[in-house]
Design a binder for this molecule. Sequence first.
Ligand SMILES: NC(=O)C1=CN([C@@H]2O[C@H](COP(=O)(O)OP(=O)(O)OC[C@H]3O[C@@H](n4cnc5c(N)ncnc54)[C@H](O)[C@@H]3O)[C@@H](O)[C@H]2O)C=CC1
Ligand SMILES: O=C(CO)COP(=O)(O)O
Length: 343
Amino acid sequence: MNNIAVIGAGSWGTALSIVLADNDYNVNLWARRAEQVNEINQQQTNSKYLPNITLSKNIKAFTDLSNALENTEVVVLVVPTKAIRETVKQMIDVLSQPVTVIHASKGIEPGSHKRISEMIVEEFSETNLLRDVVVLSGPSHAEEVSLRQPTTVTVSSEQKAASELAQDLFINKHFRVYTNSDLVGVEIGGALKNSIALVCGLTTGLGLGDNTKAAIMTRGLAEIARVGVKLGANPLTFAGLSGLGDMIVTCTSIHSRNFRAGKMLGEGKSLDEVLESMGMVVEGIRTTKAAHELASKLDVDMPIINALYAVLFEGLHPKDATEKLMGRVKKHEVEELSMKFLK
Ligand SMILES: NC(=O)C1=CN([C@@H]2O[C@H](COP(=O)(O)OP(=O)(O)OC[C@H]3O[C@@H](n4cnc5c(N)ncnc54)[C@H](O)[C@@H]3O)[C@@H](O)[C@H]2O)C=CC1
Ligand SMILES: O=C(CO)COP(=O)(O)O
């Protein structure tokens, strides 16, 4: 198998294409806009998403999905969470062979509270076109992966062989890939850290410092672990690359769109102004809706996520949200967590 389709030519789809091309695969990269496809094929650049990076000639771009999916057994799906279902539907319309789908998106669907692998399986359910579904997640900003800086990620699937296949496809001397059998934990950690990065950005925008950021990251991870364990995740996954690792990178990196969006909100910009100026997906906004609903449905204590929801969608001022969080009733730290895990 030499052809791999990468569906979604934003920053992350393009960076993953670079890894696969470095590993000698022919990459069929699908993008929606013809000018972007022409730029990739003629100039070997994708300047809106990864400026100053030259792409390998092994990466060929297509606007036609059926051309991109031709002769491929593996599809790497990297569109924003809100586009997962419609993109999978379009893939099903043109696929003539079963495929393994490796998704690398991070989010949860509001309303259904489905993880991305669940949405993919649901959309394929009436067909015999899905072999396996795998998630690839971890601390990995596209900007640094495209510069071949040392990066580590996790792949997870309900099928061990499928996660090992994904590991073999992507691993190289710059990009180290671990397997983890906890699909729920890997997807939940990757999705919810985006909300926590928005909060870290918000407090930074308010002029607060590193103590506050460390508090949000640590207590945010406790919230993620609580809801993840209720959904069946292994608590140890949250101490790994797709949990703590991704929390650190997203809450501290200048590359994080979620952190940058939160910072602008903290500085007083409106949500609409922020989203307009980003021009790239800020997954944490939509995922916060889903997480807020999940917390209430599963009766899980998620004070930081709920405060963020109130700031984003109910007009609560971030300063009032901070005061509210700090004025909560006294709690134990470790006992509280371990009790929940043991339940
Ligand atoms: N950028 C990064 O460093 C990383 C991103 N991710 C995740 O990867 C996913 C994609 O993110 P990026 O590539 O960064 O986003 P991006 O904003 O750079 O690009 C998004 C791409 O999706 C396309 N798109 C937007 N709406 C679409 C639709 N309705 N149908 C089909 N395509 C559509 C856009 O044209 C664009 O090519 C997100 O879930 C993100 O959380 C995960 C790890 C790292
Ligand atoms: O998931 C990411 C890095 O691992 C990307 O985070 P942002 O979407 O906030 O840039």
